[in-house]
Design a protein around this ligand. Structure first.
Ligand SMILES: C[S@@+](CC[C@H](N)C(=O)[O-])C[C@H]1O[C@@H](n2cnc3c(N)ncnc32)[C@H](O)[C@@H]1O
Length: 307
């Protein structure tokens, strides 16, 4: 269980307390700025660069999007309901010379169109993250979501860090938790491909079950059904190993590729050592399955065997 979920409620109390004035934020959570050192680390973990479009949900004084624009050359916007903070954020963006690339608008974060985002950032209450999670999972595969202090519930982060922040007095005083998620491609369902390790094309069929970024399933090769070891998607990158029985002993296969909708393109490495061959691998989806997202119906497959 991640510690931030168990934080004693100082931050939670601060976040649910009614706002007394405009500087305390408006809406479902009050204004608590993310310490700058944490902003820097969030953007570093998300590998934000000039090609990125960053959306901060509940942008406060705008520091996350302004830092992304100023230090990393990214573009983006923030939304908030507090007009004082929005004005402050837009005037800081102007002062810092990044108003062309960073702007702030009055909008409910639950209604924001997130489709342009390559990176989404948040410092929100757990129940808000929970409500946002289904929408975040529909974003383009590879989109990074970085959450400060509160995780996204059942979705395991791809990376998490705890930072010592002596000046932080809310939440777990002196500490900040950062959770990085990469939106996984949707691969649940059946896939067909052909490879020719011995010169003659052989059908390789796969059936994948998916729970968030975790995948398991079976492969059908030469009339045999083989169980695939669990593996993890990294956005649109897929990679897994398979040992195919053969008269001279199992033959190692290493599949790796990029998922683009209903196709996967990549390579398969067959064999080991000097007999190893690398061949193109192209798979086509023939039946779509549902990505599970925890809950009663979900067979949760967790790294390290946790359930
Ligand atoms: C904890 S602060 C985080 C500020 C900033 N993201 C940061 O990390 O420094 C949360 C912000 O969300 C804003 N907010 C709360 N509910 C909102 C809603 N439904 N729509 C848009 N903004 C909201 C508040 O006004 C506040 O500025």
């Amino acid at each position: 269980m991640r510690s931030a979920i168990l934080l004693p409620g100082i931050l939670a109390l601060a976040l649910v307390a009614p706002a007394a004035n405009a500087q305390e934020g408006q809406g479902d959570v009050v204004y608590v700025p993310t310490p700058q050192v944490v902003v820097d680390e969030m953007l570093r973990m998300a590998k934000v660069g000039p090609g990125d479009y960053v959306i901060d949900l509940g942008s406060g004084d705008g520091r996350i999007v302004i830092t992304a624009a100023k230090k990393h050359g990214a573009r983006g916007f923030g939304v908030d309901l507090d007009t004082y903070l929005l004005k402050l954020a837009n005037s800081t963006a102007k002062k810092e010379g990044v108003a062309e690339r960073a702007h702030f608008i009055e909008q409910n974060l639950f209604e924001t169109d997130l489709s342009p985002a390559t990176v989404v950032t948040s410092y929100l209450l757990p129940e808000m993250n929970e409500k946002l999670r289904p929408k975040l999972l529909t974003l383009k595969p590879g989109t990074r979501v970085v959450a400060h202090d509160y995780a996204l519930g059942e979705w395991d982060p791809d990376e998490e860090r705890t930072l010592l922040v002596p000046e932080k007095v809310v939440g777990d005083p002196g500490k900040s938790y950062i959770f990085l998620y990469v939106v996984p491609a949707r691969v649940a369902g059946r896939w067909e491909s052909e490879i020719a390790p011995g010169g003659k094309p052989v059908p390789y069929q796969f059936s994948f079950e998916q729970n968030f970024q975790y995948v398991h399933g079976t492969a059908r090769v030469g009339g045999r059904e083989l169980r695939l070891p669990q593996f993890r998607l990294a956005g649109e990158q897929i990679g897994f190993s398979l040992a195919v029985p053969a008269p001279g002993g199992p033959v190692a296969h290493r599949f790796s590729g990029r998922v683009k909708g209903d196709t996967i393109e990549g390579t398969v490495t067959v064999g080991v050592g000097s007999g190893q061959r690398v061949m193109p691998w192209k798979a086509r989806q023939t039946a779509r399955g549902e990505m599970k997202t925890g809950g009663a119906a979900g067979t949760r497959i967790l790294a390290g065997g946790r359930r």
